[in-house]
Design a protein around this ligand. Structure first.
Ligand code: ATP
Length: 355
C-alpha cells in the first residue's frame, strides 16, 4: 500500500531520447564513431558491449559530462548537446557511485531536491516516497556504511529517481554485487522502471543481464552500434558475427548460398537453411548449441572432444567430419559422454540463422 501511494506521487512525464551521429575521439581512439539511437518513452534500452567499446562515453555524452565532437542529443525533440549536466534532469547510478558517507540515507536521497530548492515539507514527502519505492522505508536515519552493498545501490537508485528525472542512466550499477543479489536487483530495477514508466539506458558488458532486463538491446563494438533490436531478435537473428558471438554461445560458420535454401560452407559441407538470399551471396550461419536435437534435416556425426556437466544440460564439443567443430547442448540424461564417444546430432533448417 505504502509503495502504491509512493508510486502515484512519482509517476512522471518521461521523455524520448534521440542521439544522432555522435562522435567522440580521444587522440587516436574513436570512443564513439557516429552513434545514432533512439530510446522511446518508458523504454529500457541496454547498451551491451565489451570493455572499451564506448558504452560509458556514450552515457557521458547523454549526461553532459562529455561534449561530443560531432552529432547531437535531443530530449523530447529539444537539443541539449550543450546543456550542463545539472540542467538536464537526468538521474544516474554508477557502479561505484559513492553515497555521501557522512550523510544519512535520508539526507543522501534529499540532496538532489535540496539542490533544486524544493520546499522542506515536499522534500520530506518525496524522500519517504522514494525510499518506500526501493523498499528501504525505515532506513532513513542510517549511514551508508551501516547498509549492505545492495541496500546502498538501492539508496543510490532512490536518489536518482527522487526528483522525477526525465531519463534514468544506469552504468553497470550491480557490477560490485554478488550474483544472487545482482539477479534480485535486476528484477527490482525492471519492476520499478516499468511502474514509473521511466525512460532508461542501462549499461552492461554482461549479456545475461542485458537479456533479462531490456526492452531492446544496442550491441556496441569499437565505438559503433552493431545492432539495435529486441532481446529475442538479438539472440535469434543477430546481424553479424560480432553480435552472434558476443551474445550467447554459438557455432558460426561462413560460406555462400549455392542454391535456394542451401549454403555451401567453406570446407565443402552443405547445409539446408531457410533463407531467400540469392545464389552466390556470401553468408554467415549461426547454430545455437541448444538448437541441436538427435535428428534433423542437417545431420552431423562426430566424436566428443570435451564434455561438461552443467546441471540441467551437457555441453559437448564435437569434432565432426570435414574438420567441423560443433558446440552442442543436450538435456542432461544418463551419464556424461566420455571423450571419444561417437555422437550423432541434427538441426532443422529453421533453427539455423543465416546473416
Ligand atoms: P568499460 O566496460 O571498460 O567501462 P566502455 O565500453 O565503457 O568500457 P569507454 O569507457 O567508453 O568504454 O571507452 C571507450 C574508449 O575510449 C576506450 O578505448 C577508452 O580507453 C577511451 N577513453 C575513454 N575515456 C577517455 C579519456 N578521458 N581519455 C582518453 N581515452 C579515453
Amino acid at each position: 500500500m505504502e509503495r502504491l501511494d509512493a508510486e502515484k506521487g512519482m509517476k512522471q512525464e518521461s521523455a524520448e531520447l534521440l542521439i544522432e551521429g555522435a562522435g567522440k575521439r580521444f587522440g587516436e581512439v574513436a570512443a564513439l564513431d557516429g552513434v545514432s539511437l533512439q530510446v522511446a518513452r518508458g523504454e529500457l534500452l541496454t547498451i551491451l558491449g565489451p570493455s572499451g567499446s564506448g558504452k560509458t562515453t556514450l552515457l557521458k555524452v547523454v549526461a553532459g559530462f562529455e561534449k561530443p565532437d560531432t552529432g547531437s542529443v535531443k530530449i523530447d525533440g529539444v537539443e541539449i548537446t550543450a546543456l550542463p549536466p545539472a540542467r538536464r534532469d537526468i538521474g544516474m547510478v554508477f557502479q561505484n557511485y559513492a553515497l555521501f558517507p557522512h550523510l544519512t540515507v535520508e539526507r543522501n536521497v534529499a540532496f538532489p531536491l535540496e539542490m533544486r530548492n524544493v520546499a522542506k515539507p515536499e522534500i520530506v514527502r518525496r524522500v519517504a516516497d522514494a525510499l518506500a519505492l526501493v523498499e528501504l522505508a525505515g532506513y532513513g536515519q542510517r549511514l551508508p556504511r551501516q547498509l549492505s552493498g545492495g541496500q546502498q545501490q538501492r539508496v543510490a537508485l532512490a536518489r536518482a529517481i527522487v526528483f522525477n528525472p526525465r531519463l534514468l542512466l544506469l552504468d553497470e550499477p550491480f557490477g560490485a554485487l554478488d550474483r544472487k543479489l545482482r539477479e534480485t536487483m535486476q528484477l527490482e530495477v525492471r519492476r520499478l522502471q516499468r511502474r514509473l514508466g521511466l525512460t532508461t539506458i542501462f549499461i552492461t558488458h554482461d549479456q545475461e543481464e542485458a537479456l533479462v532486463l531490456s526492452d531492446r538491446i544496442a550491441v556496441m563494438n569499437k565505438g559503433t552500434i552493431q545492432q539495435i533490436a529486441t532481446t529475442t531478435e538479438i539472440y535469434e537473428r543477430p546481424a553479424n558475427d560480432f553480435v552472434a558471438d558476443f551474445v550467447g554461445e554459438s557455432n558460426i560458420f561462413h560460406g555462400a548460398m549455392s542454391g535456394p535454401g542451401t549454403v555451401a560452407l567453406e570446407g565443402g559441407r552443405t547445409l539446408q537453411v531457410k533463407s531467400d538470399k540469392p545464389a552466390g551471396a556470401k553468408v554467415g550461419v549461426l547454430m545455437r548449441p541448444e538448437r541441436f536435437a538427435s535428428g534433423g534435416a542437417n545431420a552431423f556425426a562426430g566424436e566428443v572432444i570435451e564434455a561438461v556437466y552443467l546441471g540441467t544440460s551437457f555441453k559437448l564439443r564435437l569434432a565432426c567430419e570435414g574438420g567441423l567443430e560443433l558446440l552442442v547442448r543436450q538435456p542432461a540424461r544418463g551419464a556424461l559422454p566420455a571423450p571419444g564417444t561417437r555422437v550423432a546430432v541434427g538441426i532443422d533448417p529453421d533453427a539455423i540463422h543465416v546473416f
